[in-house]
Design a protein around this ligand. Structure first.
Ligand SMILES: C[S@@+](CC[C@H](N)C(=O)[O-])C[C@H]1O[C@@H](n2cnc3c(N)ncnc32)[C@H](O)[C@@H]1O
Length: 238
C-alpha cells in the first residue's frame, strides 16, 4: 500500500494488523472517498495513514494519549508526505470542539482483559478487567463526532468480552456489520511476556464467558480478530 511506518519501543505496533486494516479500508474505498477521517488511539498512525492512501480523506485527524505515539504518528505522516492533524489526549476529548464531525472513525483500542498490573506494564493493551472498557467509551461518547451517514470502524479480538462489546454499540443505537476478519494465534510465552499470569487469566475468562478462544496445544490458543462497521443509519451507503 506504499506506507512506510517507523515504530518505537514504547509504541504499539502489531504487524498482524496491517493486512486486516487494509482489507477493511478496501471495503470502504468506493463509498467513502474524500471522507473526513479520525484515527482514535493512533499509535504509530498505521490505520490513519493507510486510510489516507485508500480513502484520500479531505481531513485526517489522529489522536493518542501517549505523547511518544503522537510524535511518531506525526513523523510517520510527514515521511509519507501525508497531511494530518494530531492531538494528544483522551479519546474524543482530545479533539478541539470546533472540528466538524467525521465520516469515518477508526479505532483499534486497548482491549486485552487482564489484571490491573497489565495496565501498568502495557497500557496500550489493557482494556479493563474484561477488555471491553474502551469500546464502551467509543460508542458512548461518539454523539456529535459522527457525521450523518458516518460510521465507526473498530477492530476487536476475542480477548475483549464479545457480548459486552456488541451490547455497548447496540445500546447506543448502532447496527454492526463485520467487514474484515482473521484468525489470531496467541503464544503462551508472548501472552505472559505482556504480564505474568495473563495466560491463566485468559483461560479463566474463556471459561466464564468473557473471552472467546480455543486451546490449540499446550503453548498457544487461537482466537479471532474482526473489524466491525458500526452505523446508526443502516448500511445502504457502505
Ligand atoms: C492497541 S493500540 C493501537 C494502536 C494503533 N491504532 C494500531 O492499531 O497499530 C491502542 C492505542 O490507544 C492508545 N490509547 C490508550 N488509551 C487512550 C486514551 N484514553 N485516549 C487516546 N488513546 C489512547 C494507546 O496509547 C495505543 O497507542
Amino acid at each position: 500500500m506504499g506506507v512506510r511506518i517507523k515504530t518505537g519501543r514504547s509504541v504499539h505496533f502489531d504487524p498482524e494488523n496491517v493486512q486486516l486494516f487494509i482489507n477493511a479500508l478496501l471495503n470502504l474505498q468506493k463509498s467513502r472517498q474524500g471522507a473526513r477521517v479520525l484515527d482514535l488511539g493512533c499509535g504509530t498512525g498505521l490505520w490513519g495513514l493507510l486510510a489516507s492512501k485508500i480513502l484520500n480523506p479531505s481531513i485526517l485527524v489522529m489522536v493518542d494519549n501517549d505523547p511518544c505515539s503522537v510524535e511518531l504518528a506525526r513523523n510517520n505522516a510527514a515521511s509519507n508526505e501525508i497531511v494530518c492533524e494530531t492531538y494528544c489526549g483522551d479519546l474524543y476529548q482530545a479533539i478541539p470542539a470546533d472540528i466538524p464531525p467525521f465520516d469515518v472513525v477508526l479505532c483499534n483500542p486497548p482491549q486485552t482483559g487482564g489484571p490491573l498490573r497489565l495496565k501498568e506494564e502495557r497500557p496500550d493493551k489493557y482494556g479493563g478487567e474484561d477488555g471491553a472498557d474502551f469500546f464502551d467509551l467509543l460508542a458512548r461518547d461518539s454523539g456529535g463526532w459522527i457525521a450523518d451517514g458516518g460510521c465507526i470502524i473498530f477492530s476487536q479480538h476475542g480477548l475483549a468480552h464479545p457480548k459486552r462489546v456488541l451490547d455497548s454499540f447496540h445500546s447506543r443505537g448502532y447496527s454492526l456489520r463485520i467487514i474484515a476478519e482473521q484468525e489470531r494465534v496467541f503464544e503462551r510465552d508472548a501472552v505472559n511476556a505482556a504480564c505474568e499470569g495473563l495466560w491463566e487469566y485468559q483461560l479463566k475468562a474463556e471459561k466464564e464467558g468473557r473471552a472467546e478462544l480455543e486451546l490449540s496445544g499446550e503453548r498457544c490458543f487461537t482466537s479471532w480478530q474482526r473489524v466491525y462497521l458500526a452505523s446508526r443509519d443502516g448500511f445502504a451507503s457502505n
